[in-house]
Design a protein around this ligand. Structure first.
Ligand SMILES: *[C@@H]1O[C@H](CO)[C@@H](O)[C@H](O)[C@H]1NC(C)=O
Ligand SMILES: *[C@@H]1O[C@H](CO)[C@@H](O)[C@H](O)[C@H]1NC(C)=O
Ligand SMILES: *[C@@H]1O[C@H](CO)[C@@H](O)[C@H](O)[C@H]1NC(C)=O
Ligand SMILES: *[C@@H]1O[C@H](CO)[C@@H](O)[C@H](O)[C@H]1NC(C)=O
Ligand SMILES: *[C@@H]1O[C@H](CO)[C@@H](O)[C@H](O)[C@H]1NC(C)=O
Length: 375
């Protein structure tokens, strides 16, 4: 069903691509951006939304969340709703788990993404028009030249059933899991990531919310939004119904050391990011199927994410640098603080690649949305 819709949407996508659908206050690959004090998480934080609002999250202008026994409720009732929240801190590689129930409703899209200031992005997205799958996707440095990176994964009734959607993101690979089962692996050097160039690799915030992928029959007919409407399954119906995405809890584990994650140049390469944080705990990719390791070495105040990655379509190698300063942090589960790691590729899932148009510009204009690089 979804694949059929997706295939159809491709026909309209060429005319529907619009630039700048994702926004950033300051893009560090275009100019030097001001430091944001203490903006790296540097540890693990758990948010239980069944207990109500949390200081770990910034609520977007125009968003009002309600909280119930199921957790945070992201409600859409009228065509201007786009409830959105963002983590207040960034992570520089890490693991993020969310227990979520997608919003129902044709035309409604639920999103849980990681996004950086230079528009690297790692996504989960659910369409209210289907109750059988979730989409994984990624973007590098805001490159929307093509929309061929989406993959749909079967999942049982994501609208009615809690599932644990998890991302493990390192310099070497990104893995998408559902309920502990690996769905997809993207390696740094994969062709789809342009050999690393468009691999997501800069400090990310977690953003989630629901939004209207197709607001009206007029949007479905407009060349600018036709592709997105096809993707979203058609126009949403606003008849007083409240469409709700539910989030019970989120675990965020920053593999980095926190402090300020600073872009030291305009490359947007992970090697250029420095952390000023002090490592206080050992965070790890607990995925036992890989032995990736990375370390953060500190030298005179500024910690450098001293990893090197080599692009390799069948696996990426991380070698750690020698710590010259105070402490060294290991982020590998089964390896020691130094040495190389091999990462294997595994992705046995059915793929439905497609390309689409983009988010309704109205959502962006309202400044409410996540500004997702849709699809
Ligand atoms: C982050 O940068 C700001 C501004 O440069 C500085 O005042 C602050 O101390 C830094 N914070 C950390 C944790 O390094
Ligand atoms: C953007 O992606 C396209 C398709 O993957 C690629 O051909 C192009 O070189 C990329 N552009 C940049 C600036 O990386
Ligand atoms: C969610 O899935 C991730 C990835 O498999 C796992 O590490 C984590 O422990 C799971 N969370 C719970 C609460 O089961
Ligand atoms: C997170 O939410 C899910 C779904 O309600 C629940 O099964 C799980 O126990 C929760 N995790 C924690 C640690 O509370
Ligand atoms: C690429 O990765 C594979 C599997 O990890 C490894 O066997 C191979 O030597 C690597 N190739 C290069 C050029 O690094």
């Amino acid at each position: 069903m979804l694949s059929t819709l997706a295939a159809t949407a491709v026909l309209f996508s060429a005319a529907s691509l619009v630039n700048a659908q994702t926004f950033t206050d300051c893009n560090p690959t275009e100019k030097t951006c001001p430091a944001d004090p203490g903006y790296g998480l540097g540890n693990t934080v758990f948010t239980d939304f069944t207990k109500g609002a949390s200081d770990n999250w910034e609520i977007a202008a125009g968003t009002t969340l309600s909280y119930g026994t199921s957790g945070a409720e992201f409600n859409i009732k009228v065509s201007t709703d786009a409830p959105t929240i963002s983590s207040d801190k960034y992570i520089m590689f890490g693991q993020v788990d969310v227990f979520l129930k997608a919003s129902p409703g044709t035309g409604i899209v639920s999103s849980f993404i990681l996004e950086s200031d230079d528009l690297d992005e790692i996504d989960w997205e659910w369409l209210g028009s289907t109750d059988t799958s979730v989409e994984s996707n990624f973007f590098g440095k805001g490159n929307t030249t093509t929309y061929d990176r989406a993959i749909y994964h079967n999942v049982e009734t994501p609208i009615e059933t809690w599932h644990n959607y998890s991302l493990t993101w390192t310099a070497a690979y990104t893995k998408w899991y559902i309920d502990g089962v690996l769905q997809r692996t993207l390696n740094y050097g994969d062709a789809l990531a342009l050999g690393g160039k468009n691999y997501p690799q800069t400090p990310m915030r977690i953003k989630m919310g629901s939004w209207i992928g197709c607001a009206s029959a007029a949007a479905a007919a407009s060349s600018a939004t036709q592709g997105t409407c096809e993707w979203a399954g058609g126009p949403a119906t606003f008849d007083g119904t409240t469409y709700t995405m539910l989030v019970a809890n989120v675990t965020i584990n920053d593999f980095g050391c926190g402090g300020n994650y600073t872009y030291t140049d305009l490359t947007g390469d992970w090697q250029s990011i420095k952390s000023s944080g002090t490592c206080s705990s050992s965070n790890a990719d607990s995925d036992s199927s890989s032995t990736a390791s990375s370390s953060v070495s500190k030298s005179s105040g500024a910690a450098v994410l001293a990893q090197t990655a080599t692009g390799n379509a069948s696996g990426s190698t991380l070698s750690t640098a020698t710590a010259t300063g105070s402490t060294t942090k290991t982020t590998g589960s089964t390896s020691t603080t130094s040495g190389a790691a091999q990462v294997t590729t595994s992705d046995g899932n059915a793929k439905a690649k497609s390309k689409y148009g983009v988010i309704d510009v109205a959502v962006m204009a309202l400044g409410l949305g996540l500004g997702y690089l849709v699809m």
